[in-house]
Design a protein around this ligand. Structure first.
Ligand code: FAD
Ligand code: MG
Length: 551
C-alpha cells in the first residue's frame, strides 16, 4: 500500500478486466493514470490514420470519464515515452511503474527502456498480460519452445493448458479511496486530452464507430441479447456486403483493448453452456478469438513477422514494384466496382467485413496485381480502426498465400464474388454513387454496358469511372503460374504453416457452400477449361483494356 505509482495505458484503454491497474492500486497509496501521446511513434511505427486518431482520442475521453467517476483522472502527456516518464518520476516522487505486457517488438523494446529507467531510479515495475487470452510465452513453452504454426496445433496446445484465466474483478470507488490520484489544479491545460484540431488531424467522415470502453461493452451486450445468433455464429455464412456489419464489429475495441478478450471469451462460454448446440472453432465466435490468439502467439516469436525479408515462415516472392497500380488500388480506382467500393468503405469508415478484406487483399497480391502484401498491410494499418500488428500481418500473409493458406489455386473473382450475395449491387451503389444509376445487370461490370446505357446512367466508363486496370483472367492465370513456381521452389517453407483444416472456409463446410458463395474460381490446373468457361462473364468482348493505345 506504500508505492507511488504511474500506471501507463498503451492499449488496454479500459477499467473492466484490468489486472495490471488492479494490482498497482492494491500496492499503492497514490496512483497516476498516464497516457503518453507520442506522435512520432504513432505516425511512424503505428501508421495511425485520421479515423484511428479520432477513435483513440474518443477512447481516452471515455477512459477519463470512467476514472473521474471513481475519483481519479487520466493524465495525457505528449512526447516520447521515456522522456515523459523520466520527468514525471522525479516530479511526482514515483516509486513504481505499471503497464500491460505487450508482444509487439516496438512495445517489448519500450518495455526494456522502462525497465532500464526503473533500475536507474530504483523503481519497481508491475506488469500483467491482459491483451490476449493466454500469455504467449506460456503457449510457446507448452509447445516445446517454439510457436505452434498451425491453428490445429495451436488448439491442441491450448487444450493442454486449459481455459484462459477469468477476467479480473471490477475496479471500484473504494479502490480509489484507499489509493488516491493526487489532483492537479492545472490539469486541463497540462494534462487534458487534445482535440483532433489540436493535432491537425482532419475530421472528414461521420462517426460510425465511436471509440471507448462504454461503446465496446454496449456493442457486446447488444450482440449477447441474441443468444442463438451468438451460439450458431459461423463466419463463412456471414454476409460480406451487407450495409451494416454482419459480424460483431468488435475488432476496433479489441485491438485497442477497450474490450477485454477474456471478458468476451468467458461470456461466450456461458452462452455455449446454456445452448443445446453451438458452432465450433474455427468458424464459431470463440474460434474467431482464437484466430486472433493464434496470430498473436506466432507473431510474438517469429522474427520480422510484418515483413517478408528475414521472416522464416513467409515465402520469398519477387512481387512487382508498381506504385501507380498500388495507388489505384488504395484510392478505389481499379475499375472493378466491387474492389473500389470496398476500398472506399475502408477509407471512409475504417472497417470492412472479413471477406471484403479477402477480396481486396487477394486482388492486390496473388490474384491480380502481384504487389507485395506488405504494401497492402501498410494501407490497412493506416485505414483500419482495428489495425493490429499481429493480426494484420498474419492475415496478409494468409491472403497472399505467403504463409498459413495453401489453396492458392483459388483466386477470388472481382466480379462474381460480390455479386453472389448482392446481385442488385446495393453495396456498390452506396459506396460508389457515380455508378448508382447503372442497371443491376451491369453494375459489377459497367464497362460492358452499351453506350446508351452508360449515357442514361450518367456515367461514361473511361471518363467518369475508370475502365478495369487489368484483365482479371489474364492476370490471375499469369500470377497463378508464378505462384505455382514459387511454391515448388520453396516447398519447405510452405510446409511450415501447412494444415488443410486451417482454412475456415473448408472446415465443416461442404464444397457446395463454397461454390454457392462464389469463393471458387476453379483455377485448378486440371480444370483450366472449366475456369475459362465459368469466367466468361468477365472476359467478354466488351472488355476494353485500360492502356490507351488499345482503344
Ligand atoms: P468477428 O467475426 O465478429 O470476430 C470477433 C473477433 O475475432 C474480431 O473482432 C477479431 O478480434 C477476431 N478475429 C476475427 N477474424 C479474425 C482473423 N481472421 N484473424 C484474427 N482474428 C480474427 N483483424 C484485426 O483485428 N485487425 C487487423 O488489422 C486485421 N487485418 C486483416 C487483414 C486482412 C487482409 C484480412 C483478410 C483480415 C484482417 N483482420 C484483421 C481479421 C478480420 O477480418 C477482422 O478481425 C474481422 O473482420 C473484424 O470484424 P468483427 O469484429 O466483426 O469480427
Ligand atoms: Mg462478429
Amino acid at each position: 500500500m506504500s508505492e507511488r505509482t504511474i500506471h501507463v495505458f498503451r492499449k488496454g484503454l479500459r477499467l473492466h478486466d484490468n489486472p495490471t491497474l488492479l494490482g498497482a492500486l492494491a500496492s499503492s497509496s497514490a496512483l497516476f493514470p498516464v497516457y503518453v501521446l507520442d506522435r512520432e511513434f504513432m505516425q511512424r511505427v503505428m501508421r495511425v490514420g485520421a479515423l484511428r486518431w479520432r477513435f483513440i482520442l474518443q477512447s481516452l475521453e471515455d477512459l477519463d470519464g470512467h476514472l473521474r467517476a471513481l475519483g481519479s483522472r487520466l493524465y495525457v502527456l505528449r512526447g516520447s515515452m521515456l522522456v515523459v516518464l523520466r520527468e514525471l518520476v522525479t516530479r511526482w516522487g514515483v516509486t513504481q511503474i505499471s503497464y500491460d505486457t505487450e508482444v509487439e517488438p516496438h512495445y517489448t523494446c519500450m518495455d526494456c527502456e522502462i525497465q532500464t529507467l526503473a533500475q536507474e531510479h530504483g523503481l519497481k515495475t508491475y506488469t500483467c498480460v491482459s491483451h490476449t487470452l493466454y500469455d504467449a510465452k506460456r503457449v510457446i513453452k507448452a509447445n516445446g519452445g517454439s510457436p505452434p504454426l498451425t491453428y490445429k496445433k495451436f488448439l491442441h496446445v491450448l487444450s493442454v493448458l486449459g481455459e484462459p484465466e477469468k477476467p479480473a474483478r471490477e475496479i471500484t470507488t473504494e479502490d480509489f479511496l484507499r489509493c488516491v490520484t493526487p489532483p492537479d489544479p492545472n490539469h486541463e491545460q497540462e494534462f487534458g486530452i487534445p482535440s483532433l484540431s489540436d493535432l491537425d488531424v482532419p475530421d472528414e467522415f461521420e462517426v460510425l464507430w465511436p471509440g471507448g470502453e462504454t461503446h465496446a461493452l454496449k456493442r457486446l451486450e447488444k450482440h449477447f441479447q441474441s443468444q442463438g445468433w451468438v451460439a450458431n455464429f459461423s463466419k463463412p455464412r456471414t454476409v460480406l456486403n451487407s450495409l451494416l456489419p454482419s459480424t460483431t464489429g468488435l475488432s476496433p475495441y479489441l485491438s485497442l483493448g477497450c474490450l477485454s478478450v477474456r471478458t468476451f471469451y468467458h461470456k461466450l462460454n456461458s452462452i455455449y453452456a446454456q445452448s443445446k448446440n453451438h458452432s465450433l472453432p474455427p468458424v464459431s465466435l470463440q474460434g474467431q478469438l482464437l484466430w486472433r490468439e493464434f496470430f498473436y502467439t506466432v507473431a510474438s516469436a517469429t522474427p520480422n513477422f510484418t515483413q517478408m525479408q528475414g521472416n522464416p515462415i513467409c515465402l520469398q516472392i519477387s512481387w512487382s514494384q508498381n506504385p501507380e497500380a498500388l495507388e489505384k488500388w488504395k484510392t478505389g480506382q481499379t475499375g472493378f466496382p466491387w474492389i473500389d467500393a470496398i476500398m472506399t468503405q475502408i477509407q471512409q469508415e475504417g472497417w470492412i467485413h472479413h471477406l471484403a478484406r479477402h477480396a481486396v487483399a487477394c486482388f492486390l497480391t496473388r490474384g491480380d496485381l502481384w504487389i507485395s502484401w506488405e504494401e497492402g498491410m501498410k494501407v490497412f494499418q493506416e485505414y483500419l480502426l482495428d489495425a493490429d500488428y499481429s493480426v494484420n500481418a498474419g492475415n496478409w500473409m494468409w491472403l497472399s498465400a505467403s504463409a498459413f493458406f495453401h489453396k492458392y489455386t483459388r483466386i477470388f473473382c472481382p466480379v462474381r464474388f460480390g455479386r453472389r450475395t448482392d446481385p442488385e449491387g446495393q453495396y456498390l451503389r452506396k459506396y460508389l454513387p457515380v455508378l448508382k444509376n447503372f442497371p443491376s445487370q451491369y453494375i459489377y461490370e459497367p464497362w460492358k454496358a452499351p453506350e446508351d446505357v452508360q449515357l442514361s446512367a450518367g456515367c461514361i466508363i473511361g471518363k467518369d469511372y475508370p475502365r478495369p486496370m487489368v484483365c482479371h483472367i489474364e492476370a490471375s492465370q499469369r500470377n497463378l503460374a508464378l505462384m505455382r513456381q514459387v511454391r515448388s521452389e520453396q516447398e519447405n517453407t510452405a510446409q511450415l504453416t501447412r494444415d488443410v483444416s486451417d482454412d475456415p472456409m473448408e472446415v465443416g463446410l461442404k464444397r457446395e457452400l463454397q461454390e454457392e458463395e462464389g469463393l471458387l474460381e476453379g483455377a485448378e490446373p486440371h480444370s483450366v477449361s472449366k475456369h475459362f468457361s465459368a469466367s466468361a462473364d468477365h472476359q467478354s468482348r466488351h472488355w476494353t483494356p485500360e492502356t490507351p493505345h488499345r482503344y
